[in-house]
Structure formats: C-alpha cells, structure tokens
Design a protein around this ligand. Structure first.
Ligand code: UDP
Length: 450
C-alpha cells in the first residue's frame, strides 16, 4: 500500500508540464542564485517527500496554487505529490457549511454540521478513500503530509503520532467565525505538528496559545496559462468572442459564484457607475469548484438579477473555465473588481495586479496584504456582514455599494496614474507573491516542523 500507484487515478494529481522550461523561465526572472537556493532544499529533503491532500484539483484558489507549487517543487527536485479526498454530496454540503461558518455566517447549526462531518469520517470515508488513507498511514516518519482546509482535516485521526510530519494549511479568513464550529476545527487543528494560515491573526485567537502557527500567503506562477504574457490582438479576440464591445470600458470580476464574492453586489456597483453617467460594460467571469455545492443556486440568483437590470445588455456572464480567457479578461479590463465580503487571500487580485490591471477591491482579509489604496490600486471600505452574506440590505450596504462605485469611477478616471499604480502592483507581486518565494516559505516551515 505504500505506493502512489495504489491510489485511484481520479484522486491523484498528475504532475505534467515542462519542468525544465519552468525552471529556466524562473531563472531569468529571479536569477541563478535564487533558483540554486531553492534547489538546495531538494538536497536537504533528500529521501523525503511532501504529500498534499485537499478536496479538488480544479476551481478555487487552493487548486490554483497547488497546481503550480507542486509542478515547481518537482521541477526543482523536491519530491511532492498531491491527492484529493473523495466525498459525497452531503459531505461537500457539510464542509461548505463549515467554510461559511468559519467565514462568519451566523445562526449556524454547528452541532449538526459537526455531527454530519464526523459521521462521514466514521462511516463513508474509508469506503471512498481507503487506498489514500492506507497510503498516508504507511508514509515514513520522515515524510511530510500537508492537509488543506476543513474537508480532509479529520484525517489526522487516521495517522499515527509517530507517523509522518503533519501540517494543516487553512486558506480561510477566520477573523470572526461561528464560535462552536471554530472550537471544533481548532480542537482537530492543534493535533497537527504545525498550522499554516495566510495570516497568523486568522487562527491564533482561537487556539488558546496551543499549536505552532505559521504565516504563508498564497502565490501565483507568472508562467502559467493564466498569467503568462498574451499579445494584445489575442486579448481582444478572446474578449470579443464573448460579446465585449471594443472602445468601451470594461469592468471585470473573476470569481466563483459564492455569496462571499458578492456577485449581485458587483452588478449593483456596475449599475451605480452607469447611473452616474459613466459608460462601461461588465463581465462577471465565473466557474465552479467540485467541492463547492453552492454555485448552482447562486448562479440562478445572479442570472435573475442580471435579467432585471436596466443595463442587462451590457452585462456579460462569462464561463471562466479556460485560463487563457481569464488571462485575457484580466488584461483587457479597465478595472478589475474584487468585491468580496470576506476573502482568505484573493488570488484573483494577485493575478490582476501582476498584469498591471487597475484593481478596485474591498478592504477584507488577504486583499489588505495586496492592494494599497491610491498606491497600487484602490480599495473600498468593507461593510458589516449581516452574517449570512446573502440578504445584504439597509443603509450600510447601500453606502458600501456607493463607496465601491466611487472608487471604480476614480480608477476609470485615473488617467496617467494608471500606469504608475499598475507597475507598483506588479512589482509588489514579484517581490512578495510568486510561487518561488512561497515555496521557499513552505519548505522553511516544513523543515522547522520536521
Ligand atoms: N478562477 C478561474 N475562473 C473563474 C473564477 C476563478 O480560473 O471563472 C480562478 C481565479 O483566477 C483564481 C482562483 O480561481 O486563480 C480563485 O482564487 P481566489 O483566491 O481568488 O478565491 P477562492 O475561489 O479560492 O475563494
């Protein structure tokens, strides 16, 4: 059972891609010395492997990060594998419930969620994930398992204390979570050898001083299909294929259709901008993640709101499955919005900044690490979240929409400042949020815990 081949193919991430080409490209970007520095970790970790476990290979930021991190690590000679756990519909509804509760949804039936979660692990988990669990149990104590987010968190209970080094990486903003859900998650998390969060402040208040906590911001790969250079003609061709008119400003938000990304609020902001006499179009670029069951219901809400809009013909709902299309929209946009109500990090912001796009985003979670208002883009104040992120209304929300729309107009009218802000944004990403530097941070954490 101690062979990766024992794990079903649909649970195994296949590392393919031009590894030598990737290392050569990074060498040109960050220099020989930095690449050699990373390769040295391969020697320090010789004979050991890093094994990531999450619940999806596609959709959402975690999959996006891991696709590039795992490829790069292997290209540098650091043996790294990635598996996904299987779940059933009830399990993914439960874990999305966890996610929402951890992000601040109120009136959560925490006991019910925890009960269903534990019941999955007591009953169905082995049937669906038997080979993977056996594989993890047979890893050497020198190997390192990195478990991502709440879905596979409970796997700690299947692993011996003297088994592999165990790290839990949480990508969620848990600034004000549902207390009971967080208490349960924390009670499992502290059993790991280390806890990794985008910001330490997200988790430390919930751990009563227990647990080794490390900060690790996510990252982008400038050479991926999503982020690599694209010539202007190709950019125009791609957006035109979705009905975007040339010569008119385009506002874009790229996100899963999740209440916390506030897609309905994005339409409201767009309407407000139009009401103020500023001509523009809107593209909501969205896809779904296999472990997010809320997307379909949210899509119905968004399509209905789109139909009701007086500016419906200028609102485009675009499928964001193709990374080249996402790349093109982020490049073409006059403004890239990220109107999140909560945000663990916000890779879409990183991607847009890297492309020197003019970003307008809410001051929440990881976005505050990335965009400095008036310096590298524009930020709008967060609004009080009423707890379910669905029925936002009232004056507070109305002011928030207006404030965000004002910032969008500022960005549209930034004139020559656009280039300056754009290049600062890109430089900040190169300095702080590339896959190379984050891989190095991860390896330092691994070595500290191992
Ligand atoms: N994404 C995409 N197509 C879409 C919507 C999102 O490829 O239609 C990608 C996006 O480019 C980013 C990731 O999914 O790489 C989302 O990460 P983020 O941290 O912004 O949000 P999350 O979904 O993890 O909450």
């Amino acid at each position: 059972m101690n062979s990766p081949q024992s794990i079903p193919a649909d649970q195994t991430f296949c590392v393919d891609g031009d590894k030598d080409g990737l290392v050569a490209a990074y060498r040109r970007l960050i220099g020989d010395h930095a690449v050699a520095d990373l390769q040295a970790y391969g020697d320090r970790l010789a004979g050991r492997k890093i094994v990531h476990v999450n619940s999806t290979f596609a959709g959402g930021g975690v999959a996006e990060i891991l696709q590039r991190e795992v490829l790069l690590a292997n290209a540098l000679g650091i043996s790294t594998e990635w598996y996904r756990i299987r779940g059933n519909a009830d399990f993914f509804e439960t874990t999305k419930g966890f996610h929402n509760a951890l992000q601040g949804k109120v009136n959560v039936d925490a006991a019910g969620l925890i009960g269903r979660y534990r019941s999955f692990y007591a009953n169905g988990a082995r049937e669906l994930n038997g080979e993977l669990i056996a594989y993890l149990q047979h890893l050497s104590p020198r190997d390192i398992v990195v478990i991502h987010d709440p879905q596979p968190l409970h796997l700690i209970n299947f692993l011996d204390t003297d088994g592999p080094v165990k790290l839990w990486r949480i990508h969620i903003d848990t600034t004000c979570p549902d207390r009971d859900t967080m208490a349960y998650v924390s009670s499992e998390a502290i059993r790991y050898d280390g806890i990794i969060s985008t910001m330490k402040e997200y988790v430390t208040p919930h751990l009563n001083g227990l647990g080794n906590v490390y900060a690790l911001a996510p990252s982008i790969d400038p050479f991926s299909e999503k982020n690599c250079d694209m010539d202007a003609g190709e950019v125009r061709r791609r957006v035109a294929a979705y009905g975007i008119e040339a010569g008119r400003d385009l506002l874009v938000q790229v996100s899963r259709l999740d209440p916390w990304k506030d897609p309905v609020g994005v339409i409201q902001v767009f309407e407000k901008v139009r009401q103020q006499g500023r001509d523009c179009q809107l593209a909501l670029v969205f896809n779904s993640a296999d472990d997010d069951p809320e997307g379909t219901a949210m899509e119905t809400v968004v399509r209905e709101r789109h139909r009701q809009s007086p500016y419906a013909t200028d609102i485009h709902l675009v499928c964001g499955d193709d990374p080249w299309d996402v790349n093109a929209f982020q490049r073409y946009a006059a403004v890239v919005m990220q109107k999140s109500l909560r945000e663990g990090f916000g890779l879409t912001v990183t991607e847009a900044l890297f492309k020197e796009a003019m970003v307008v985003a809410t001051e929440v979670g990881g976005i505050t690490l990335q965009v400095k208002d008036g310096y590298s883009g524009f930020t709008a104040p967060a609004c009080g979240v009423n707890g379910d992120a669905r029925s936002m209304d009232g004056d507070d929300y109305e002011n928030h929409i207006k404030g965000f729309a004002d910032k969008v107009i500022c960005a549209l009218e930034a004139g020559e400042k656009r280039a300056v802000l754009g290049s600062r944004g890109r430089q900040a990403v190169i300095d702080k949020f590339l896959t190379t530097s984050k891989l190095k941070n991860l390896l330092d954490i691994v070595l500290a815990c191992a």
